[in-house]
Design a protein around this ligand. Structure first.
Ligand code: MN3
Length: 254
């Protein structure tokens, strides 16, 4: 990608994130349809991507044991209340003395990572990415995951040929992340889908892609239950994808 494209993509992402701020609505107002009722407790697109400093840990949208046996309650509790809280604490500490960054949304910070002051870049990469990645993760899992909506189903067929083929490619990507990282289903600004890996707590936004759903393959995400059997965890996780929320993210992102 040449630098001109890189800059225009970042501007587009920034515009997208800023444009969405005005649409923030209190969660209590999301009660007017059956679909909204099914999503009780889940965060909206804007709540996931457009929060600002000081960042806070939202409650999980389900009980710690809601995703068993795929993900056990103790793993969920430690992962959410300790690991995720740790990323938030470190991100807030890094930004505390940088008031000029306090109006940037979480998505803007991560998307414009390489434009940030050098003194906070690494903290935002690791802990801003860690915060965003985990907010997406919690909100795109459900014990009753459903199926992709029309536009997203069509995009999956277009990019991969079928849902099964997408899952195969996703499984390959998640299985081969070396060390700690994530595998993502992501879209470009035209809505075309691709599967990407990110190391550590990097997020596809930094590379100009919109993250739709991703699996955390850090060992803290599965080791208590699966030990070295990452493949079994990936297989169980694929059945937890909350497609209604992924669809909402896809529609908002494109
Ligand atoms: Mn994690």
């Amino acid at each position: 990608m040449n630098s001109e494209n890189a800059i225009s993509r970042r501007k587009a992402l920034k515009f997208l994130a800023l444009g969405s701020v005005s649409t923030v609505v209190a969660p209590s107002l999301f009660t007017t349809s059956c679909a909204a009722n099914r999503q009780a407790g889940y965060q909206s697109y804007s709540e996931i991507f457009n929060s600002v400093y000081p960042f806070e840990l939202a409650p999980l949208p389900y009980a710690h044991d809601a995703l068993e046996p795929a993900i056990d309650a103790l793993t969920m509790e430690i992962h959410h209340s300790r690991h995720h809280q740790g990323y938030i604490n470190n991100l807030n500490n890094a930004l505390e003395s940088r008031p000029e960054l306090h109006s940037m949304t979480l998505a803007e910070l991560v998307a414009n990572l390489n434009e940030l002051p050098a003194s906070v870049m690494t903290a935002v990469r690791n802990h801003g990415g860690g915060h965003l990645n985990h907010v997406i993760f919690w909100n795109t899992m459900s014990a009753d995951g459903g199926a992709p909506g029309g536009d997203l189903a069509a995009a999956i067929d277009s990019a991969f040929g079928s849902m099964d083929a997408m899952k195969e490619e996703f499984t390959r990507a998640a299985s081969t992340v070396f060390g700690s990282g994530w595998a993502w289903l992501a879209s470009d600004s035209d809505g075309a889908l691709q599967i990407v890996q990110t190391p550590n707590q990097d997020n596809p936004l930094t590379d100009g892609l919109n993250p739709l759903v991703g699996i955390d393959v850090w060992e803290h995400g599965y080791y208590l239950n699966y030990q070295n059997r990452r493949g079994d965890y990936i297989s169980a996780w694929l059945d937890l994808i909350y497609w209604d929320k992924v669809n909402e993210i896809y529609q908002a992102a494109i």
